[in-house]
Design a protein around this ligand. Structure first.
Ligand SMILES: [Zn+2]
Length: 326
């Protein structure tokens, strides 16, 4: 009988669960909204989601070798405790791994969500076969995970890999973390939308402004990163300049990571990565322009491959912890 693993990705708005085999093949997956009314409701939601994925896969939860849970940090991976997640309705110091293990009848392991996704991509996705790599998720925020010498790198405090909060411009725009000029405040989806709002306010009357008013039903302040990429594809100002600026900042952050870590591969996931080479191509060019040539000779910057990197990565966390690996 094949060994099966469960993986759960706990996000601020949704829970995604998978059941997969030891080669990372997804046998079943399930999604539902995240209940944040109480700790009990959250645990019930996590267990119910994984049970539903198990039912589709034709397995019982207690038949799983183990279950990994990826959650937004800060958390304590060793003790399975969620410390003070910013997007989960004020829940804090919440034990997750132990109660979930009791509810499911299988060992459970907690990991930071971006670290889990990094392990997923560097085990079964676009990073497989590589021992030194960086995973970056470009989304409403920017997250990341470091796989160095074949292992997840957590640092002395366990918080390594918070690439989105590298400070690139100390007097720059305010970040969600309270600091200024973090990479996330300059290059995330929210940062792109903020720049777009400012640019649209200045846009004079004319066909471009008409295009935006039609697309956004008259509410220019509702612009999102997705609208900016649509404008860029249609050649409507200020779409192209905004995407150029965005790609430039993505490249600056990557150049810093290259100088520091000299990775073999940078894997880029998250919603913004769906813009593909239009974003990644320019970001790569900028990063190569700024980093030492000697550090980039063998470097590849590629899009993520996994359908559900967070949930599959969580299953990889369970596989590795059961083998005694970090
Ligand atoms: Zn920050």
């Amino acid at each position: 009988m094949k060994r099966l693993y469960g993986g759960i990705d706990l996000g601020g708005s949704k829970i995604e669960s998978v059941v997969c085999d030891e080669e990372g093949r997804v046998l079943a997956s399930e999604r539902r909204p995240t209940p944040v009314e109480s700790a009990g409701a959250l645990l019930e939601g996590l267990a119910a989601s994984l049970r539903a994925a198990c039912a589709t896969a034709g397995a019982r939860p207690e038949e799983l070798e183990g279950v990994g849970l990826g959650a937004p940090g800060p958390l304590d991976a060793g003790s399975g405790l969620l410390l003070e997640p910013p997007n989960l309705g004020g829940l804090r110091d919440l034990p997750l791994a132990e109660p979930l293990a009791r509810m499911l009848g299988a060992p459970c392991f907690l990991e930071n969500d971006a670290n889990a996704a990094a392990l997923g991509e560097f085990t079964f996705g676009a990073g497989r076969g590589v021992r030194d790599g960086v995973y970056i998720t470009l989304s409403t925020g920017i997250g990341g995970g470091l796989v160095l010498d074949g292992r997840l790198y957590r640092g002395a405090s366990g918080t390594a890999g918070e690439v989105g909060h590298m400070i690139l411009e100390p007097e720059g725009p305010l970040c969600g973390c309270g600091r200024r000029g973090c990479w996330e405040a300059l290059a995330s989806g929210l940062a792109l939308a903020r720049e777009a709002r400012a640019a649209l306010e200045r846009l004079p009357a004319g066909p471009e402004r008409e295009w935006w008013l039609a697309r956004l039903s008259g509410r220019l302040e509702a612009v999102t990163a997705r609208d900016v990429f649509a404008a860029e594809a249609a050649g409507v100002a200020p779409g192209p300049e905004l995407v150029e600026r965005e790609a430039g900042w993505v490249g600056v952050g990557m150049a810093n990571l290259i100088q520091l870590l000299a990775p073999r591969r940078i894997v880029v996931g998250g919603g913004l990565s769906r813009a593909g080479e239009r974003l990644l191509g320019r970001a790569r060019a900028r990063a190569l322009e700024l980093a030492f040539a000697s550090a980039t000779r063998e470097l590849e910057i590629v899009p993520a491959e996994l359908e559900a990197p967070g949930a599959v990565g969580a299953a990889v966390v369970a596989m590795r912890r059961l083998r005694g690996e970090a």
